[in-house]
Design a protein around this ligand. Structure first.
Ligand code: GDP
Ligand code: MG
Length: 671
């Protein structure tokens, strides 16, 4: 028999870590609430007949956030054979709140009590047997991080599911709530069976006033009336509203259960430490300056201290490789055009991008350290007040920060935002955060025009992106996206030392991703560009690329950019090819100018741009529409081609206007 397990639990309780242990896979683990957006599934190790699905982290089964909807739909519609409910033992009261709701579903369930290593280390203890008696489901103590108890957990889960052992208790309530739940359950027995909803779950949801359940049950007017009446009575008796009454009931039970089986002498070491660190890092005055300081140090380390030497090294290796390859081809008598294709097309195009590998890996290394340590969640918290001023909430900070790496995952992570308005606005603004694929462009322009002002130009480019995002936020808040961002509630995870494996894994994945792009999209683009610039319309090889097909195409649109200061077909061509992937801007220039060395490229660029127009070009590339991959992601997330085109058009127009302002105002001063 095939068994399907749902892995459900609060955010940051270690679900993904456990999932990786169970399946032997390598999903990204992050010390940040909301990292797992999509559900992932995989077979359990050595149990090929059992599959487990990692669901997004949730605190309850109400349909308030998209994560809750994903999880709830999965559990209700896919009918898993068992639920593995992961509970963070260092935060047991809050985690059990979800457990009680899962139990109501009447599906065989086991509680995986995670992070027991931290509980033990702080001298606290939990009586697992007693807890299991209280809850009426088996409880297995584990430490996913330390790989302890996983086999026990698998055994128990498979046993519970194959024996169809449903939870032994549902009734955690007493008094008025108890009366109401039972009375309502009585009324909806038939409808719940028809709708395929667990009776107890349906009844509690009705008490809560949950709309999807009301619709699913298809109640008639009479029944609705009676139910409302019952609930009104309950509210009057208790003097609280319906949701609070249920929450109260659950927490009362949890408190009693924990009093009986949790021995807590002290907060865990991690909690004490976290509180102490937070007093400084989330301080009202120091929070933002500290964050800016940390980012400055990260950029400095990435670009200057570590990145530059590594990049130079790699660059030399690539040049040497290209020369060796070229010599080899001459010696075997390869024809001129083959040599030109390989050396001037492929090697030049791919090579110019490839040398940025160290910088990109380093940037992701630091970003993942920030995330894994738990600091990123604090920054979102500190930034909430500022983001609110431009119509966003602290939640939007995460996509924006990921946007400095790559817009594609950034746009996808906007999915964790619960309000549609916040989500759309975040998707529109995120690409203004300069992504790492644009780094090669900055590197190229800086080397040619501003070698002595490297840091200044770099920072100004990033800052311009952020300023445009802020101004756009202000503009959109008052026009297209009226309304207020939803209140920001996010729990701050404990500070933890990042797990080396998780960090290395992420770096490796980013490197792989980057190499993959270099050898697919950029490889192809380099060949196409080489072809278009080597032949004319009659497919004769041209002596000078200014007579080529590409020159013809580029010249058509070049006049549009005259007000921005550059009127060269190579610049406009690079901007167009840049839409396939931003790095292509660099490979395009390299191929088009036929530059063999960085010095050649710099010399060629100085015939295309003046320093001012080069800067205006730079500003345009930071802001204009993102690459096709990011465009596709935003189309998917916005769910409409029209919105995606509006978004891209907005970004491109903004880019044009800002670059125009830079060039025109700059010209006034430079005259
Ligand atoms: P998710 O959000 O529920 O998927 O949680 P993750 O699997 O991403 O883990 C959140 C954080 O808890 C990460 O920093 C993990 O390294 C850490 N973690 C997970 N399991 C354990 C454990 O058993 N012990 C300890 N000390 N840390 C853990
Ligand atoms: Mg996760």
């Amino acid at each position: 028999m095939k068994l399907l397990f749902a892995l459900a639990g609060n955010q940051n309780s270690g679900k993904t870590t456990l999932f990786n242990r169970l399946t032997g896979s390598n999903q990204h683990v992050g010390n940040f609430p909301g990292v797992t957006v999509e559900k992932k599934e995989g077979p359990i190790k050595k149990r090929p007949d059992a599959t487990v699905v990692d669901l997004p982290g949730i605190y309850s089964l109400s349909p308030y956030t998209s994560e809750e909807i994903v999880t709830r739909d999965f559990v209700l519609n896919e009918h898993p054979n068992g639920i593995i409910n992961i509970v963070d033992a260092t935060n047991i009261e809050r985690n059990l709140y979800l457990s009680l709701q899962l139990i109501e579903l009447g599906i065989p369930m086991v509680v995986a009590l995670n992070m027991m290593d931290e509980v033990r280390a702080s001298g606290n203890s939990i009586d697992v047997q007693k807890l299991s008696d209280q809850l009426g489901v088996p409880v297995v103590p584990i430490s996913a991080g330390k790989n302890e108890g996983i086999n026990d957990l698998i055994d128990v889960a498979i046993k519970v599911a194959s024996e169809k052992r449903t939870p032994q208790k549902y009734d955690f309530c007493e008094g008025e709530v108890h009366k109401a739940i039972h009375a309502i359950a009585h009324i909806v027995v038939d409808q719940a069976a028809e709708a395929g909803l667990p009776l107890r779950f349906a009844a509690t949801k009705l008490v809560e006033g949950d709309e999807p359940t009301q619709k699913l049950l298809n109640l008639d007017e009479d029944q609705k009336h009676i139910i409302e009446h019952i609930i009104e009575d309950m509210q009057n008796e208790l003097g609280t509203d319906r949701e609070a009454a249920l929450a109260d009931m659950r927490y009362t039970f949890i408190e009693k259960a924990c009093a009986a089986c949790v021995t807590k002498h002290q907060e865990t070491r991690e909690q004490v430490r976290s509180e102490r660190i937070d007093r400084i890092l989330t301080n009202k005055w120091l929070g933002i300056p500290i964050f800016l300081g940390i980012m400055l140090i990260i950029f400095w380390l990435t670009f200057t201290v570590l990145g530059e030497p590594l990049q130079n090294l790699l660059d030399q290796a690539i040049k040497a490789g290209t020369n060796a390859l070229s010599d080899l081809m001459v010696s075997v008598g390869a024809s001129y055009w083959i040599r030109s294709l390989i050396v001037n097309g492929v090697c030049a195009g791919v090579g110019s991008v490839l040398s940025f590998l160290p910088i990109i890996v380093l940037l992701f290394f630091f970003l993942s350290m920030l995330e894994d340590s738990g600091y990123m969640a604090r920054v979102a918290f500190v930034m909430d007040k500022l983001l609110r001023k431009i119509g966003l909430s602290g939640r939007s900070f995460v996509p924006m920060l990921i946007g400095f790496g790559c817009s594609v995952p950034a746009i996808m992570s906007a999915r964790t935002l619960s309000s549609e308005r916040d989500r759309k606005m975040t998707i529109l603004l995120t690409p203004f955060m300069s992504c790492s694929a644009k780094l090669p462009i900055y590197g190229m322009i800086i080397m040619a025009f501003f070698p002595t002002h490297r840091a200044l130009v770099m920072i100004s480019v990033y800052v311009i992106g952020m300023i445009v995002a802020v101004l756009s936020g202000l503009l959109l808040k008052g026009t297209v996206f009226r309304g207020n961002p939803v209140p920001f509630v996010m729990e701050l995870p404990a500070y933890r030392i990042p797990a080396p494996k998780s960090v290395l894994l992420l770096m490796w994945e980013k490197a792989k991703d980057f190499l993959h792009r270099a050898f697919t999209i950029i490889f192809m683009a380099s060949i196409v560009i080489w072809f278009l610039q080597s032949f004319d319309i009659r497919f004769n090889m041209v002596a000078d690329s200014s007579e080529s097909i590409l020159a013809g195409l580029g010249s058509l649109i070049a006049p549009i950019f005259v007000p921005l200061g550059f009127n060269d077909w190579r610049a406009s061509t690079a901007l167009i090819t840049g839409v396939t992937a931003k790095e292509t801007v660099v490979s395009t220039f390299t191929v088009l100018t036929g530059a063999a060395t960085d010095a050649d490229l710099a010399a060629a660029l100085s015939t295309i741009f003046s320093p001012l127009s080069a800067f205006s070009f730079l500003v345009f590339t930071v802001l204009y529409m993102p690459c096709v991959a990011a465009f596709a992601a935003s189309r998917r997330e916005l769910g409409s081609t029209k919105s995606a085109i509006f978004t891209a058009a907005y970004q491109t127009v903004a880019a044009y206007l800002v670059a125009l302002a830079v060039y025109q105002i700059g010209s006034l001063f430079l005259l």
